[in-house]
Design a protein around this ligand. Structure first.
Ligand SMILES: [Zn+2]
Ligand SMILES: [Zn+2]
Length: 145
């Protein structure tokens, strides 16, 4: 994988660099990701917070209480509205970049489909990739890091 890698929002006001390989990248088919993206699913890329550097701009934030009770803080561009990354109150050792904001998202290895219970009927999922009806136990992806 190409590290460091960089990304940013649609208008360029927010730019970031990440210096380590992601723990895991996955597609999330939850209804929140559908609303948040205005699309069929979200692409989440979990990385160590210490590997993340904000190079430009100051994102706005929005908090949401997840079904788990955890507080998700979304960081988005106040100019163009792109969701760039998120923190989860239950997960201090990882933060989530939103895959479409990478300058080159094509190399991301998608390792899971989650919240498939609410996936849109026409979405085609890779048969070789793990599926979870709701949220998986992510601890195996963090092991050894
Ligand atoms: Zn922007
Ligand atoms: Zn989601």
């Amino acid at each position: 994988m190409p590290v460091p890698f960089s990304g940013g929002c649609s208008c360029g006001a927010i730019r970031y660099t990440c210096t380590e390989e992601p723990f895991v990248s996955y597609l999330c088919h939850c209804t929140e990701c559908q609303k948040r993206t205005g699309s069929a699913f979200g692409i989440s890329v979990l990385v160590p917070p210490k590997s993340f550097r904000l190079d430009k701009g100051t994102p706005k934030t929005r908090e949401r209480i997840a079904d788990s009770g955890n507080v998700i803080t979304f960081h988005f561009c106040g100019d163009c509205g792109t969701n760039v990354f998120a923190d989860n109150s239950a997960r201090a050792h990882a933060m989530g970049l939103f895959g479409g904001t990478l300058d080159d998202p094509d190399w991301l290895p998608i390792q899971a489909n989650i919240w498939t219970d609410s996936a849109l009927g026409w979405v085609q999922m890779d048969e070789t990739v793990e599926r979870f009806a709701k949220v998986p136990d992510f601890s195996k992806y963090f092991a050894g890091r």
